[in-house]
Design a protein around this ligand. Sequence first.
Ligand code: SF4
Ligand code: SF4
Ligand code: SF4
Length: 350
Amino acid sequence: MEAKKDFSDLEQEVIDNGKCALCGGCVATCRLLNYGYLSVDHDKERPVMGEGLECPPDCGYCYYQCPRVEKPEMRHELEEMYEVVATDEGLRAAAQDGGAVTALLAYALADGIVEGCVTVVRDEHWKTRVQVAMDRSSLIKAAGSKYTPSAALTGIPDAIIDRGLWSVALVGTPCQIAGYEKMLAVGRDTHNAHNFASIIRLRIGLFCMGSYSYKGLVNEYLAAERGINIREVTGMQISNNVLHVYSNAKELLSTDISEIEPYKREGCRICEDFTALFSDISVGNSGTPEGKSTVIVRTYLGKDIFEGAVERGFIDAKPLDPSGTELVHRLMEQKKRAGIAEKERRKTGK
Ligand code: SF4
Ligand code: SF4
Ligand code: SF4
């Protein structure tokens, strides 16, 4: 029988091998198991193990639950696409695009579907932090895209262990939602520590073409090369392959994303998922006009919550225009092909 693998194998095969998505799943799993040996080194943007710690020989869950060791198995329920806008003007103004993510979470909190939401906030330097939002104002703080890594799954033990919550929404990039699916697949029938499998009630995935190293994107590119004072930046958005950087209504920069390609995380280059295929509801801006969100309902659970949000007046929705659907499908295919090609390139060295 093959010896059980552990974090040292994860380091060797995934983290040091340019495959880590920094989803945070390994760190979350180790903490849910009450070991807490792993943490995220934010400078190096990678999971690390505390010094001098020795893992129990029968563990190894951090390795097996990693979505980059083996992908989770795909399940297909639905693919209903909508153009969505939050009805609350204040919320829409604070959020990006149509504010669909914030509005859906606000509805889930208001109707008691969840008690808290794992989301990501940023500080004035655009450094990210995972938070458990319990009210509207914390949700609003988390609105808007960040484009630097965040290890969102570390918010799961924060919600369950630190806050003692029993129903939680998870918002994340496609790799993070896939990471949770893999945690579920590996953990549900084995450890299911702290009953995490039944506590995550809703998964909202964010469209993603890539995440960029903080040092590269913020320090080297925006600050040093473009002379932008990062503290003045109030918004960043990548749309149609263009990076827009804003200071309130003023656009500070608009440039093709090929400019920031050198700073893309290695783990993102092999990523094949644009729309978060493992989410209940996926949200992005491709395929809808400015000020609107594209929403893909992927599961029956997601459909119930989406329809509840419409009925209770948190969002307005209409079916996505066929040209929008076509664009989303094209981008999905484009990212899938790019990820496969990069994996092949690494394998063959060409
Ligand atoms: S991809 Fe996620 S689970 Fe795998 S090593 Fe990176 S952070 Fe850990
Ligand atoms: S093998 Fe177990 S204890 Fe060791 S780092 Fe992985 S999850 Fe934590
Ligand atoms: S490109 Fe893929 S790996 Fe990178 S942040 Fe987006 S979903 Fe995660």
